[in-house]
Design a protein around this ligand. Structure first.
Ligand code: FES
Length: 68
């Protein structure tokens, strides 16, 4: 299995490419198959947290998008 790839989207969320398992607070698992992806919000404005719903566009979110 390949390592997990996390893509820092410019002024947007963090895209995580599967295969990964997301576990919520109740211990329920959500499987993201290989080659599919989810994007996690980092602007704090999504109505569907922890996932990005593109609300970052409405608030002109800006953030460092380079891994140092
Ligand atoms: S980063 Fe996209 S809605 Fe927050």
């Amino acid at each position: 299995m390949a390592g997990v790839n996390i893509e820092i989207r410019e002024n947007a969320g963090l895209r995580v490419i599967g295969p990964i398992t997301i576990t919520d607070k109740d211990g329920k698992n959500y499987e993201i198959p290989e080659g599919e992806w989810v994007t996690f919000c980092r602007c704090g404005k999504s109505e569907n947290k922890p996932f990005c719903d593109s609300a970052h566009r409405d608030v002109s979110f800006e953030a460092e998008s380079v891994a140092k």
